[in-house]
Design a protein around this ligand. Structure first.
Ligand SMILES: [Zn+2]
Length: 178
């Protein structure tokens, strides 16, 4: 399921750092190319396509703000007024409709004041592990307690594993991906 990380390795080093740097460069390059020549977005789309391929190959997560700027249909950068239209709609619940002007693909984002992305919640973000203990995560469900008993049965002398089994965190992470 998940990737195994070495506990003893240095935690400050980001895994796949070069790939993240390349994705960042490709994103900025596509934005620069599009702003220099908005009437010909082909090169910008190629850069975004390459960036998504790099992320897919190594299963890297993009920042949600970055991901919301990309069209799923044609890999265009969704710049308001240039390659996309942004409209506020009040049907059912007030939301923003982003429409790609190249392929017509539509994205909808809620505008609730209390709306929070799953990754913006600090409880869901893993803290850097300096003491070797797992990060505290508020996981309270029936499945969690089942895993809890299992981990207790395996390692009875480790008290810090009772709060956060890493398998449930990975499952939550993949299930709530926008
Ligand atoms: Zn599109």
């Amino acid at each position: 399921m998940g990737k195994k990380q070495k506990r003893g390795s240095k935690q400050s080093i980001v895994p796949h750092r070069e790939a993240f740097m390349r994705m960042n460069f490709l994103f900025q390059a596509s934005l620069a190319v599009l702003s220099a020549n908005p009437s010909h977005p082909q090169l910008s789309r190629f850069y975004v396509h390459t960036m998504k391929n790099v992320g897919k190959r190594l299963v890297l997560r993009m920042d949600p703000g970055m991901k919301r700027m990309l069209c799923k249909g044609c890999d265009s950068l969704l710049v308001p007024g240039v390659t996309a239209t942004h409209r506020v709609r009040a049907h059912r619940e007030t939301h923003v409709v982003v429409k790609c002007l190249t392929c017509g693909n539509v994205k909808r984002f809620p505008t609730r004041p209390d709306y929070q992305l799953w990754s913006d919640n600090p409880a869901n973000v893993a803290q850097p592990q300096t003491t070797g203990e797992p990060p505290p995560t508020p996981a309270t469900s029936g499945q969690t307690t089942a895993t809890l008993d299992h981990s207790r049965a395996q390692t009875p002398t480790h008290p810090s594993t009772s709060k956060s089994p890493p398998t449930t965190t990975v499952d939550k992470n993949s299930a709530t991906d926008p």
